[in-house]
Design a protein around this ligand. Structure first.
Ligand code: ATP
Ligand code: MG
Length: 419
């Protein structure tokens, strides 16, 4: 990608009504555009990050048997009445709208009903179970607060997987696999070291649900963390009995603010009952399906990475989700330097290294450095008359103070080696 062709530009300031660091940096960098409070469009750079996060999640879900599909945003009133969740008195985050032909539809705020209804058409025998369908989807919630940038949107993009199992044992086996998959996702996205498995208020039939909480001063949740075991307890369930059951000691726990980047729930028969979602077991007897739900907000995860890893100059992307691996900078307007930078750019492309090339003419080195820091690619490679005097390219990582000059061959080896 040539920066001279990118339609977005960096900005010195974010909108004055934006209070969160993640949105401020992402807007200034041209990753997202703020449409209104809690509603953001994803621009080319931002979409690349979301797509990388999506691919990590997809790989981890497929690895535990997930089957990807795509459910509709428009929701049928009759289906939600079965579980008694259509009423605005029961669910206060609904967005709904009227059809010209009469009647009302809702916009998805979650997916249990849609999945239960679809799977009911396909599950009838023990041979049909277990199954683990999932999708990536826009979700709409009329949230009261939306001051956390893309970490709490009124419209947001999530992955939700639902498990359909024959019995508690089969459910628990999958639930443990999902826990591991979630830990892999946060590790791969670069915040594993800050993210803790957290015991939270229970779903149906299990004492707890599990949240994945990333320690951050801007988190809306409070957790109590046991650094030895890496386990945390959400403040909402903290009491003596709970601590005892988890073998935790109050005096070993540290209070932290944290962001819930994902959560997993045992649903038991909460939805299979109202949807009459049953199968026949090997003896021909009817049994209710046991369900679980497994969610992650992709925007929330992206915003959390920005909050947790940025420095005072800008964003620092982990390689796994960076829009581009390397930011190549051409400094000055000398013809030889320009030709050399073009040559380096072509070589990087040929070697399939993801590169954004700041080929802009008439932009000062200071501005280019500041942009590279704000945009946060993992590596910065500079071609200038100075680097050419040393017959090479100055390379440094985003979080390193000083770079070193290396040859083009060395640059290719370095950037390909940790692909
Ligand atoms: P919270 O308690 O933060 O409101 P929740 O418990 O209502 O979240 P779930 O319904 O469990 O959220 O949704 C699953 C995941 O979706 C969450 O773990 C989070 O990553 C993400 N998520 C929830 N609400 C939002 C939102 N408004 N904006 C962005 N992501 C969200
Ligand atoms: Mg939750």
């Amino acid at each position: 990608m040539r920066q001279s062709k990118l339609f977005t530009r960096t900005k010195k300031e974010a909108p004055s009504d934006e209070v969160s660091k993640n949105a401020e940096l992402l807007i200034r960098g041209g990753f997202i555009y703020k449409e209104m409070a809690g509603v953001y469009s994803f621009l080319p750079l931002g979409l690349r990050v979301i797509e990388k996060i999506e691919n990590i999640i997809r790989e981890e879900m497929d690895a535990i048997g997930g089957q990807e599909m795509k459910t509709t945003v428009f929701q049928n009133k009759e289906i939600w009445e079965k579980s008694n969740r259509w009423d605005d008195e029961v669910v206060d985050v609904w967005f709904k709208t009227k059809l010209k032909s009469g009647g009302e539809i809702g916009l998805s705020f979650t997916n249990e009903e849609a999945y239960s209804n679809i799977l009911k058409q396909y599950i009838s025998s023990y041979k049909d179970l277990p199954v683990y369908p999932y999708d990536f989807k826009e979700i709409f919630r009329n949230e009261v607060r939306s001051k956390s940038g893309i970490m709490r949107g009124r419209e947001f993009y999530w992955k939700a997987l639902y498990s359909f199992s024959k019995d508690e044992k089969e459910h628990n086996e999958f639930y443990e696999k999902a826990k591991m998959a979630y830990q892999n996702i946060f590790k791969r996205a670069g915040i594993g070291h800050l993210t803790y498995l957290t015991f939270a208020t229970g779903g149906s039939f299990s004492k707890f649900s599990h949240e994945f909480q990333t320690v951050s001063s801007v988190g809306e949740d409070t957790i109590y963390l046991d650094e030895n075991s890496g386990i945390a307890v959400n403040k909402e369930v903290l009491n003596d009995e709970v601590l005892e059951s988890l073998n935790l000691k109050r005096e070993n726990l540290v209070e932290q603010k944290a962001v819930e980047v994902g959560n997993i729930f045992s649903l038991g028969t909460k939805f299979s009952e109202p949807f009459d979602l049953k199968y026949k077991n090997e003896n021909g007897e009817d049994r209710l399906v046991i369900m679980g739900s497994y969610g992650i907000g992709l925007g929330r995860l992206m915003g959390t990475v920005v909050e947790a890893l940025a420095d005072d100059k800008g964003i620092i992307w982990p390689e796994s989700i960076a829009p581009y691996k390397v930011h190549l900078l051409l400094l000055g307007d000398d013809e030889n330097v320009k030709n050399e930078a073009e040559k380096v750019y072509e070589s990087l492309l040929k070697n399939k290294i993801e590169v954004i090339f700041d080929d802009r003419i008439g932009v000062s080195p200071g501005e280019k450095f500041a942009d590279a820091d704000l945009l946060g690619m993992p590596y910065r490679a500079v071609v200038s008359s100075r680097s050419m005097k040393e017959n090479g390219i100055e390379i440094k990582k985003r979080n390193e103070e000083k770079g070193k000059v290396i040859s083009l061959d060395e640059l290719l080896i370095l950037l390909k080696s940790n692909a």
